[in-house]
Design a protein around this ligand. Structure first.
Ligand code: HEC
Ligand code: HEC
Ligand code: HEC
Ligand code: HEC
Ligand code: HEC
Ligand code: HEC
Ligand code: HEC
Length: 633
């Protein structure tokens, strides 16, 4: 009997260590033998249950990225990478990044949202964007994973039945790694809007077609039996595969690469400056690194863990990854003398910066002088993929499309250095409770606002409702008062407020009162691209690029757009974000106009001094000669 128990324990022990070893052991595709050749991915496809997909399956299911890559790659490790781990509160949020911006045109709402704990962003749930709705709203530029894979406990809180129909949004490996020309990332947007979460990644591949919408299906719809669809005309979501791409073993070649072309990243990371004199694509240059032949992933690298290098100066230290230090601007170009030879990766030239006082490198990031558009008198509006859905179908192509992001704003960053930022003033209707402002969900207010606008005969209400320019409405004072009054009644409170243009607005005794409030402060995040060529760096023309009296760097204005038509657009001086005063900078700038005069004065002094000096040298020589050879007389 004892023997049996012992055997069982030993067996269990061996069993568990074997299991443990199996989990720990790297998978086939996760260890490299050092070859830099491209591995060929002719692989079988698997659905989300792990069954292989054959062309005669009924129904044909979409392949799952998790199950398809899982046999050879550690999916769970990859899915904790930076692009996918936003909801994980255990991850250091680091420097504030680009937020998701919830935009509603009718109510003029623009609120920065994120699952990360960055100061100034709201949790998406504040405007009702639980994971399901979040995916539908922002699926267009969503890399998969994260809230797309919430566990069943959370699902039960959030539309349990809809999730059964839509499926999960797994990490979309193809968004980055599929380099096939026929890859179509816009399909992801379309499928996510249609609630086809489990079809979305597969739909982007060049060998599939997806039609139908889970959104049109009833809660009880079963994807396997395809029983219980919605209304008769509704088409259930379904996928078709290109037969020619399947070989005899039902394997498909997917062109997967590690050296991801920049165009894949651009789908989610493009930006377009509206007021820039050269805003057409053919007029603008790319980042100087890219034009010299580099790719995004030459700098934004990662290992299997997919903790992509973000590249900001303090990242290596903050995240305790000393090996990534040489991928910041400074790390690659200036380096650390003690760590030679890391400096100059990929042939990065070491700048000499002759004549630039060292205080500038203490007070400013490298990107201040090198990145983004040249600063102007007023900030410009910038449109980005993540904020404006650039690159997706049906995107509104106007210049005045919400949300309004001001750029470049030279502001102090977390590390106290002046750094170029993009900046968004939150704009929303809300209710004040104990000093905090709770945004009201725009949908609750849409009718009220349309009524207010229609009631006001001065405004051509039809114009703004029907013409799709992507702008927010411009409200008159009477409309504004009417809306706030309705909101008060709706919420049964006297504290209905509007946040916008950098101020909190309320009605007191029939008057509009506008005051400062933390909730009205802008959310700003640093940008690093595009790096201009050295000849176009700030300071390359003269010090007056920044210290000149009219220089946008110091004396530019930051526009705070707002839908309140009866108030002038608020402007703040750039110096307000640099923690210095316009007056001091003005005085200092003034000295630069005297510098040339001072220089001429110094030059004249120098010439005079040299002349006097030479006069005495010659006089001295004359005396020596006379002493040595005696007077000729
Ligand atoms: C049958 C096994 C297998 C499957 C399935 C598989 N891979 Fe791989 N993968 C490999 C191997 C082997 C390598 C090469 C590893 C090495 O030597 O560096 C590799 C390498 C890679 C690389 C690096 C490519 C490069 O250019 O160096 C990427 C990216 C990758 N796989 C992504 C995927 C994705 C995405 C999927 C799922 C759609 C997938 N793989 C499915 C075996 C597989
Ligand atoms: C947001 C873009 C992105 C997504 C999505 C993505 N990857 Fe990657 N992956 C990268 C980058 C960037 C690298 C590193 C490239 C480099 O350093 O040259 C990489 C590297 C890899 C490597 C090589 C890792 C190593 O050991 O060096 C594998 C394997 C891989 N990815 C597999 C996957 C799989 C499987 C998925 C989906 C589950 C996936 N990736 C999703 C961007 C992505
Ligand atoms: C499908 C959309 C998508 C694709 C494709 C994509 N990204 Fe991203 N990227 C995002 C989103 C969304 C974030 C914000 C992630 C977060 O903070 O949770 C992000 C964040 C980043 C960041 C960090 C930004 C910061 O704030 O510091 C870098 C760097 C980055 N991406 C580079 C890349 C590169 C390089 C590629 C191509 C290999 C790529 N991305 C492909 C959507 C995408
Ligand atoms: C991983 C290394 C690396 C990183 C990180 C890097 N660079 Fe570079 N940089 C290079 C290389 C390589 C070149 C030379 C490109 C060429 O061949 O023209 C270069 C060139 C430049 C130039 C000169 C372009 C010209 O006109 O000759 C500037 C300016 C510059 N980088 C600024 C920056 C800034 C600002 C950052 C941070 C956003 C940065 N670099 C990050 C590698 C890097
Ligand atoms: C005050 C503005 C300013 C700051 C801050 C600044 N630079 Fe420069 N940088 C310039 C100017 C102007 C030039 C062109 C003249 C020159 O080469 O000195 C230049 C040139 C360069 C070049 C091209 C060198 C070459 O030989 O081609 C590189 C690379 C560079 N800088 C990188 C950096 C990095 C990295 C940082 C941050 C540590 C930085 N710069 C900070 C103004 C600045
Ligand atoms: C030469 C290296 C290099 C290349 C190439 C490069 N980046 Fe960067 N990137 C950086 C560095 C360094 C930072 C952080 C700089 C800082 O703010 O100090 C950065 C910051 C970013 C950020 C966050 C800040 C921002 O600008 O929004 C994103 C997103 C990003 N890069 C995406 C990309 C994409 C997409 C590409 C390709 C189209 C790319 N990068 C190419 C070095 C590079
Ligand atoms: C990119 C913009 C920029 C350029 C170009 C630039 N500066 Fe500056 N300069 C600054 C900023 C920002 C500060 C720091 C102000 C602060 O600390 O509040 C500064 C500070 C200074 C200071 C110290 C003043 C003080 O308040 O302590 C001097 C001196 C100076 N700059 C001279 C120059 C000279 C000379 C040049 C030309 C070679 C030059 N700067 C080019 C932005 C610039």
């Amino acid at each position: 009997m004892k023997k049996v128990i012992l055997c069982t324990i030993v067996w269990m022990f061996i069993g568990t260590t074997a299991l443990w070893a199996e989990n720990e052991e790297p998978k086939l595709g996760d260890v490299t033998d050092g070859s830099r050749a491209v591995p060929n991915h002719l692989i079988p496809l698997f659905d989300e249950e792990g069954s292989q997909i054959f062309l005669d399956d009924t129904p044909l299911l979409p392949f799952s990225t998790e199950q398809t890559c899982l046999p050879c790659h550690d999916y769970s490790k990859i899915s904790h990478g930076w692009h996918f781990n936003a909801p994980d509160s255990g991850i250091h949020p680091g420097r504030p990044g680009h937020p998701w911006i919830y935009t509603d045109r009718v109510t003029g709402t623009q609120i920065p949202l994120h699952h990360r704990d960055w100061e100034g962003v709201y949790d998406p749930a504040v405007v009702g964007l639980t994971p399901f709705y979040f995916l539908q709203e922002f699926g267009r530029q969503f890399p998969g994973g994260g809230v797309g894979e919430i566990d069943s406990a959370d699902i039960s809180k959030d539309l349990f039945f809809r999730w059964q129909v839509s499926g999960r949004a797994e990490v979309n490996c193809l968004a980055c790694h599929d380099v096939e020309a026929a890859h179509d990332q816009t399909q992801y947007d379309k499928q996510m809007r249609n609630e086809n979460f489990r079809w979305a990644a597969a739909a982007t591949a060049g060998f599939t077609t997806v039609e139908g919408a889970a959104e049109d299906m009833q809660d009880t719809y079963d994807i396997y039996s395809q029983v219980g669809p919605g209304p008769a005309e509704a088409v259930p979501p379904r996928i078709k595969y290109d037969d020619h791409r399947f070989d005899d073993k039902a394997q498909v070649f997917i062109d997967i690469r590690r050296d991801i072309p920049s165009r894949r990243c651009y789908y989610c990371h493009s930006s377009r400056y509206i007021e820039s004199p050269d805003k057409e694509e053919w007029e603008t240059d790319e980042d100087v690194h890219l034009t010299s032949g580099m790719n995004c992933v030459d700098c934004h690298r990662n290992g299997l863990d997919h903790m992509m290098i973000r590249g900001y100066a303090t990242e290596a230290q903050e995240t305790n990854r000393p090996n990534i230090a040489s991928f910041s601007c400074e790390g690659c170009h200036v380096g650390d003398e003690n760590k030679w030879p890391e400096l100059g990766r990929l042939g990065a030239p070491e700048p000499r910066h002759l004549g630039i006082p060292t205080i500038h490198f203490k007070e400013m990031s490298c990107t201040s002088c090198h990145s983004g558009p040249w600063p102007r008198k007023e900030t410009m509006n910038v449109q980005t993929s993540i904020a404006h859905g650039l690159g997706t179908h049906n995107v509104i192509k106007g210049d005045s499309v919400m949300p309004y992001i001001a750029s470049p704003v030279y502001a102090r960053a977390q590390n106290h250095k002046i750094t170029p930022h993009n900046l968004l003033f939150p704009t929303f209707w809300g209710v004040e409770k104990g000093g905090d402002i709770q945004p009201v969900h725009p949908e609750e207010l849409q009718d009220v606002i349309i009524t207010a606008i229609e009631a006001d005969t001065l405004t051509d209400s039809l114009n703004f409702i029907s013409i799709n320019t992507g702008e927010w409405p411009t409200l008159s004072q009477s409309q504004f008062t009417m809306i706030l009054d309705s909101l008060s009644v709706m919420k049964d409170t006297v504290n209905a407020v509007f946040v916008g243009g950098g101020k909190l607005h309320r009605i007191e005794d029939g008057h509009v009162v506008s005051e400062k409030h933390p909730a009205a402060e802008p959310y700003k995040w640093p940008f690093a691209h595009n790096v201009r060529p050295a000849e176009q760096s700030l300071g390359s023309k003269s010090c007056k690029d920044c210290h000149g009296l009219g220089a946008g760097f110091n004396f530019g204005d930051v526009k705070a757009a707002s839908p309140l038509g009866f108030q002038p657009t608020a402007k703040r001086s750039m110096t307000a974000y640099q923690e210095t005063s316009k007056f001091y900078q003005g005085l200092f700038a003034f000295t630069f106009y005297f510098r040339p005069i001072l220089k001429i004065f110094l030059d004249v002094c120098l010439i005079l001094m040299t002349a006097v000096f030479l006069l005495y040298v010659f006089k001295g020589l004359d005396a020596i000669v006379q002493n040595a050879f005696g007077s000729r007389d």
